[in-house]
Design a protein around this ligand. Structure first.
Ligand code: COI
Length: 362
């Protein structure tokens, strides 16, 4: 099925069942961790008989599915991360480049042999849910409403093949920053997160599950997360933690190219566009760990940072490789904060949206 061919009028209206009592008074908006608090409602839509059925927005609750579902055994699961913001002047609510998330969700779904979601279902589901739970959007700087659309395979069958039943769901919640501080990372020359021909560019659950054990070991060694190298040579920078990675070398921004092994980050793309508009040179190319170490030793490596929806722009101030630690003075970084300021300004509508990225919800 191709989502693009499904017209709006073929989609049944999204039914809404409201909560009887809001959890809003129980939320401490001054102390929001990332990803632990959810709003009053969620959207749920079933897929069976070869098509998406009618969607429903209902009170946020546990779901009941068979323990034999594909998602529990073979991990047929893809997701997206998005954010909604109050405009700084309180004149409305906006989403940032939501069409890109819809496109990427479907790209991930195709790679994991799952059905694509029609654009109208994705957009309307998010808009209606955000509108309904708008009071959950935090106003504090660094906080936002995180939106998590996802699809899981739910056919009760433990043979290894594509599921014939799915759930498309959207959950949302007020959230604080993902890391919230500069991070230190360990560079492994053993574990990798993806390799050519794999599915490192899909936002699939399995890509994250496989990183947990190496990440856990890295935290035991005193690092916050991992700087992943490529799967073939264990030599070229791939991603950092849950983010795309950028280096500033010789005043130029350098980031790995999208070769199928890294996530095609929407924040990554936005950062590249903003950097170019600010007059910086951006190189998308393989960057070996030897080049990074040499650039550090010669003083050419002046900044290092990750980008992602959850983390936005997060600086890296230490990396460990082959038993040696390399420090960066994040207080002296200038390009990462400049780009972050510009990006957040566009997202929160305090700066002109010169690239046409912001979409009004309300
Ligand atoms: C995001 O940046 O929104 C992501 O989806 C990464 C996530 C695993 C926290």
């Amino acid at each position: 099925m191709s989502a693009q061919v499904m017209e709006l009028e073929t989609l049944p209206k999204i039914e809404i069942e409201k909560i009887t009592e809001s959890k809003l008074p129980t939320i401490d908006f001054d102390n929001l961790p990332f990803g632990k608090t959810f709003s009053d409602h969620m959207m749920i839509c079933e897929y069976y008989d070869g098509k998406w059925q009618s969607a429903k927005i209902q009170p946020y609750q546990n779901i009941s599915v068979s323990p034999a579902c594909n998602v529990f055994h073979y991990g047929q699961a893809v997701f997206e991360g998005m954010k909604a913001y109050y405009k700084q002047d309180d004149s409305g609510i906006v989403l940032f480049r939501p069409e890109k998330n819809w496109e990427r969700l479907n790209k991930s779904a195709v790679r994991m042999s799952m059905p694509e979601v029609p654009k109208e279902l994705f957009m309307e589901g998010i808009k209606k849910l955000v509108e309904l739970d708008k009071d959950f959007i935090p106003k504090k700087a660094g906080s936002s409403l995180y939106i998590r659309p996802f699809i899981i395979g739910t056919e009760p069958f433990i043979g290894v093949r594509t599921s014939d039943r799915y759930l498309f769901m959207i959950i949302i919640g007020p959230t604080g920053p993902y890391y919230g501080e500069p991070i230190s990372v360990l560079v492994y020359d053993t574990f990798v997160r993806s390799t050519k021909g794999g599915y490192g560019n899909a936002k699939a659950a399995g890509n994250y599950a496989g990183t947990l054990y190496p990440r856990e070991l890295a935290t035991q060694m005193g690092y916050k997360d991992v700087l992943w190298l490529d799967g073939e040579h264990k030599k070229y920078a791939n991603e950092v933690g849950t983010m795309n990675i950028f280096f500033v070398m010789d005043g130029k921004l350098v980031t790995p190219e999208t070769d199928g092994t890294i996530l095609e980050g929407i924040t990554r793309d936005s950062v590249i566009t903003i950097a170019k508009s600010l007059g910086y040179t951006v190189e998308e190319r393989p960057i070996s760990i030897d080049e990074i170490v040499e650039a550090h030793e010669s003083g050419k490596l002046t900044e290092m940072f990750g980008t992602g929806t959850a983390a936005v722009v997060n600086v890296v101030n230490r990396f460990g490789y082959k038993g040696k630690d390399y420090l960066l003075d994040d207080k002296a970084f200038t390009i990462a904060p400049e780009i972050k300021k510009e990006l957040e300004g566009i997202q929160k509508c305090t700066l002109e949206d010169k690239f046409g990225w912001v979409v009004n919800v309300l």
